[in-house]
Write a protein that binds this ligand. Sequence first.
Ligand code: ZN
Length: 207
Amino acid sequence: MAQESTAPPEEAQEPQEPQERLDPETRARREAALRYVRTYGDPVLRSRARPVEAFDETLVEEVRRMGRLMDDALGIGLAATQLGVMHRVLVYKVDPDAPLGVLVNPTIEWSGDELETLEEGCLSLPAVGVEVERPVYVRVRASDEHGVPLTVEAAGLEARVIQHEIDHLDGVLILDRTSRDQRKQAMRAMREAMAPGAPPTDASSAI
Ligand code: ZN
């Protein structure tokens, strides 16, 4: 639109640079955690994870580790496949004060008709933020890490994160759910961010 193109640059939205604001210790912890997160091009991100059959101590430890890495990476959701573990397990924490959300073998039982388009990032796609349309309300059936069945009725950001992570368990990325133009831009941004010597990228609110 003409109006937008004539707006002075200072009125444009400032690019966020949370990396600049992180204290050195948080930044170092985040970078250490991100080394375990598989990134675009790794075939595990395009593979379908297998249902969990054994609810044992190994699974409990796996979930703890996922929660730790997600926190350290400053993410709000993480799927096991992002760590190269091909189990249908995801963790999330939309509210920093809430306990860790854990969904094992999740299935979307119901999703509402209302859709919303919002920008999403992904810990596995450095420097990428693309608009994704998703249902605002979902009901998900799953188990916790001890095998106790649970049903989650989620709305808004929580519903979005859960759907994003279930996509990961099916080998689906946000690049598959956005427009062709945004996908092209995302690929370019990612190539630059993943080039040798590139500075660490922002992945705030990344899932
Ligand atoms: Zn993701």
